[in-house]
Design a protein around this ligand. Structure first.
Ligand code: AGP
Length: 617
């Protein structure tokens, strides 16, 4: 997804600030970058395709106190320098960056072209500066009386001394935003106005409150080195700041919104790679601590939510990608441990389920980023039916966290790699805890999970990762790879496929072991790598016999299991943690996927075509 960072304040190295901040948003996935700095000579813009990591911040030392930068994950328009953000108006004075999609851009483009506006890109974004420019012309005609301007846009209270000519720009941005359809977050600046203006409907924007000014960014790592104090911009809101004062308002009505200043709990160091070559390996290894942190929940809240699930008339679990696999595993947790029926649906499919929903229903939305558009959409559908929403998220202050009726945080710390690892095991830990609470055995669940956390802590040692690396070495040339599981290991088989696909680009598929003989077993040839996820549970013999079927057809069997078995050509030992087996079984897969990517020369942190948070539908 696109990354945005803007700064306005007393510092004069705004260009360096935003370039360094943009580099800390690289994890979001992108293909081009751009920077705009307001200087004595006007707004200086540089943009290009390629990696921001290749850009030297010292190239932006020209004194500036107002700047913004953007990484583009192409949606509309190819990857070209012209399509990189920022985009500017005809007069070159209005400069804008966008995260999201302006769905009605073609209609707006035609309307603006008819008024003489000229476009240089094929993006949806470029209509924004031109429309703001058009609205400023209208604004100039519309508000003759300065008193009306000041009334309409005055900065109230002691923190606001913004110069009076500026409100036209902010009002014009507001009017333009009211014309847009779709999910978007924009940040805009004007050559003649010392303001940073931002607005969002669907794509996250967060304000960083620094001693010397304000940041506006897509995510907190962009400015965490300058401040850990934030204010959240909500959907349908706008913010205007000159670096000294700040005004939040309702995008539609212009009514002022009060915002608390909130302290971010994790440090800048936590969001960096440290001694690891890649975020992905760092975050896999952080599972030595993150699962215990996930288990450390407010007992009363867990009990309350368990009761809410038991009382609900229909509980639906929704998520996307890896988060969806946590939801699928929870179906088994609730069934096997609590004997309670819940329904899983991929968030993107939930639209077709809404007919079941009623005010007594409960939706459980699971998301690492808390910004996934399909999951937010599912929540909106549930709320439109009067159902309550429980969010299980990692990112503090995220949209999903703020829009839910109840929120549980997995406290895994920042997850930067596109491939979700520690968030998945944290999500499953919380869901497993709830399953135990549903049968009044929360202490037993906590004990099970803390024992699992300790076992993972022991498991994740250099010898273990080195052994898995040797297996990656052995299968790295494979073009196809299959994973089977049963029960809660079936969702982990599907998750294994996602992990391996998305970072190594190897074709991997996960199956329920029992499904092999209904078709997929036709795919097995001599030497085809097949991974069997096994636990010491009621379905162990079933999945082992599935592995025997695969071996009989030439499959090279890699067993991930608490105990060795003759059918395994390679055995990756995992602790026997009973009902938490899915949590430990996926960790060797994460490590295998990581080494497959590295050995195949891929960047596991930023895989092609993917973004860390899919904030567009
Ligand atoms: C997982 O490795 C992928 N990056 C992707 O499937 C991800 O899980 C999915 O987009 C959901 O993201 P979320 O948890 O932030 O909602």
């Amino acid at each position: 997804m696109c990354g945005i960072i803007g700064y306005v304040g007393r510092r004069t190295d705004a260009g360096v600030l935003v370039v360094e901040g943009l580099k800390r948003l690289e994890y979001r996935g992108y293909d081009s970058w751009g920077v705009a700095c307001k200087t004595e000579e006007g707004i200086v813009i540089r943009k290009d395709v390629g990696k921001i990591s290749a850009v030297n911040p010292s190239d932006f030392l020209q004194p500036s106190s107002l700047a913004m930068a953007h990484t583009r994950w192409a949606t509309h328009g190819g990857v070209t320098p012209e399509n990189a953000h920022p985009h500017v108006s005809c007069d070159g004075k209005v400069v804008v960056v966008l995260n999201g999609i302006i769905e009605n851009f073609e209609e707006l483009r035609a309307e603006l072209a008819a008024k003489g506006h000229r476009f240089v890109s094929t993006t949806d974004t470029e209509v924004i500066p031109h429309l703001i420019e058009e609205e400023m012309k209208n604004e100039g005609q519309r508000t003759e009386d300065l008193g009306q301007r000041e009334k309409e846009n005055a900065f109230p209270g002691p923190r606001s001394q913004v110069p009076s000519p500026s409100p036209d720009f902010a009002a014009a941005v507001r009017r333009a935003c009211l014309r847009f359809e779709g999910r978007f977050g924009i940040v805009a600046m004007h050559a003649d106005v010392p303001l940073l203006v931002a607005a969002r409907t669907g794509s996250p924007l967060i304000v960083g409150v620094a001693e010397d000014g304000y940041f506006i960014a897509s995510d907190t790592p962009a400015f965490i080195r300058s401040t850990a104090t934030v204010q959240y911009l909500d959907d349908g809101e706008m913010v205007v700041t000159d670096g000294q004062s700040i005004l939040f308002s309702d995008l539609r009505t212009g009514e002022e919104r009060e915002k608390r200043e909130i302290a971010i709990t994790w440090s800048a160091a936590e969001s960096q790679k440290g001694e690891y070559e890649h975020y992905m390996l760092k975050e896999i290894m952080e599972q030595k601590q993150s699962i215990a942190r996930a288990v450390n929940q407010d007992i009363d809240q867990i009990e309350t939510l368990a009761r809410a699930i038991l009382d609900a008339q229909g509980t639906f679990l929704v998520g996307c990608g890896t988060a969806a696999k946590a939801c699928m595993a929870a179906e088994y947790f609730f069934s096997v441990i609590a004997g309670h029926h819940v329904n899983f649906a991929p968030a993107s499919e939930f639209k077709l389920y809404h007919r079941f929903l009623k005010p007594e229903s409960l939706l459980i939305a699971v998301s690492q980023s808390g910004e996934t558009a399909d999951t937010l959409e599912a929540m909106k559908i549930a709320k439109s039916k009067g159902a309550k929403v429980l969010a299980i998220v990692n990112a503090e202050g995220s949209s999903i966290a703020r829009e839910a009726d109840y929120t549980l945080h997995i406290n895994a710390g920042p997850e930067r790699a596109v491939a979700s690892t520690k968030a998945l095991t944290g999500q499953m830990a919380v869901l497993l805890l709830i399953a135990y609470a549903m049968i009044g055995k929360l202490p037993k669940g906590r004990t099970r999970l803390l024992e699992t956390a300790a076992a993972i802590n022991d498991m994740l040692n250099p010898r273990y990762t080195e052994f898995i690396e040797t297996i990656a070495e052995r299968i790295q040339q494979s073009s196809d790879l299959y994973i089977i599981g049963k029960g809660w290991n079936y969702p982990m088989a599907l998750e294994s496929a996602i992990k391996i696909q998305e970072v190594s680009y190897v074709h991997a598929e996960g199956f329920a072991g029992g499904e092999l003989k209904h078709g997929p077993i036709a795919l097995i040839e001599k030497g085809t790598p097949c991974i069997a996820l096994v636990g010491n549970d009621e379905v162990r013999t079933d999945i082992v016999s599935n592995a025997i079927e695969l071996k009989a057809r030439g499959g090279f069997i890699i067993g991930i299991a608490p105990a060795r078995n003759d059918v395994f050509d390679e055995w990756i030992k995992v602790p026997d943690v009973d009902t938490a087996q899915a949590i430990v079984n996926i960790i060797p897969i994460q490590i295998l996927a990581y080494f497959l990517a590295v050995k195949r020369g891929k960047d596991p942190d930023m895989p092609r075509n993917l973004a860390k948070s899919v904030t567009v539908k």
